[in-house]
Write a protein that binds this ligand. Structure first.
Ligand code: SAM
Length: 306
């Protein structure tokens, strides 16, 4: 606290949009622009000392490139054409970890402005269906343009409060995967750091109450097999505590699974499985502050489809 410690600058991450192009083509494009490709990054030190026109392949995510922090590609022709998506590494984790099968049905419950929806569509190679919901019409409009530019086609947008969806509705009967990325304090965003002691306890309680309701609702979809819960919050109240509170009510049906075991920065909390969750931060993972939990239905669960 006291603002003495400066958070390290987060690199510029570039997700290659495999709906439109290939990793090799994007790497070749940047090489032709005199950027110097260094291959897969071997350590955090290498990434944090990145400078000039050097760039790396990310060691965790297969189609993510890492450039120095000051790089701005908003005018780059690959960005304009939807071949690359400018998305922080931590925000690429939820779709990667949900990893829906091609052809499956997925709900993206809080979808706008749609970076994770477009990533899901890429993971699914546009095969299957993503029900992408958001209660904010303006953000949905932005999202629609973005998804079109990204070449995503396997989605249905709905201007709807997720809490008003009916899990028994036949249109959701094959939904095996849910990505739940609800509104949060935003306290992990690099631009908002440092954040210690800045959020009122009442505001935090209200957010946590909403997040618990959303997670409990998501777990009531009958064919659900796997869910990813994520926030860009640094507070345990919005993260581990939400997951633990809801899971305790559903522990016979769902369990936490290890999210990306090779990731060193883990969840913290008062229960043993908190370390199954992962955390991200500028200091420890050179990303925005973020939290991810992966929940799966126990095999043989009552609602499993035969
Ligand atoms: N997943 C998005 C992405 O990757 O681009 C970011 C989602 S943002 C963190 C949270 C979103 O949840 C906001 O767009 C907000 O409008 C939406 N939201 C909040 N409450 C909601 C609800 N009850 N039902 C549906 N959407 C909701």
């Amino acid at each position: 606290a006291g603002g003495a410690e400066q958070a390290p600058q987060v690199p510029r991450y570039v997700r290659v949009n495999t709906l439109k192009t290939h990793l090799d083509d994007v790497v070749d494009y940047f090489k032709r622009q005199q950027y110097v490709y260094q291959g897969k990054a071997g350590s955090m030190e290498e990434v944090s000392s990145l400078s000039g026109k050097k760039f790396y392949l990310d060691p965790h995510l297969p189609e993510l490139l890492i450039f120095p922090p000051q790089m701005d590609f908003h005018d780059n022709q690959l960005y304009v054409a939807g071949h690359i998506i400018l998305q922080d590494k931590a925000s690429c984790l939820p779709a990667f970890l949900l990893n829906p099968l091609l052809g499956s049905h997925v709900i993206d419950a809080c979808a706008a402005p749609g970076n994770k929806t477009s990533h899901l569509a890429a993971v699914m190679k546009n095969k299957g269906r993503i029900f992408a919901l958001d209660r904010d019409a303006k953000r949905l409009a932005t999202m629609s343009t973005m998804l079109m530019r990204a070449g995503a086609t396997c989605y249905q947008l709905a201007h709807q409060d997720f809490l008003t969806t009916d899990p028994a509705d036949p249109k959701y009967s094959q939904v095996r995967y849910i990505l739940l990325d609800p509104s949060c304090s935003g306290s992990g965003m690099a631009s908002q750091l440092p954040v210690e002691n800045t959020l009122l306890p009442e505001r935090l309680q209200a957010l946590a109450g909403f997040q618990k309701k959303m997670l409990a609702h998501a777990l009531s979809f009958p064919a659900l097999q796997r869910l990813v819960y994520s926030t860009c919050s640094v507070y345990q109240e919005e993260n581990e505590d939400v997951v633990w509170d809801v899971l305790q009510q559903r522990e016979k049906e769902f369990r936490l699974v290890q999210a990306l075991p090779s990731w060193s920065h883990r969840g913290s909390g008062t229960f043993a499985e908190a370390k199954f969750c992962l955390r991200a931060s500028p200091k420890e993972t050179l990303t925005n502050g973020f939290f991810v939990a992966v929940l799966e239905r126990w095999h043989g669960g009552a609602s499993e489809k035969s």
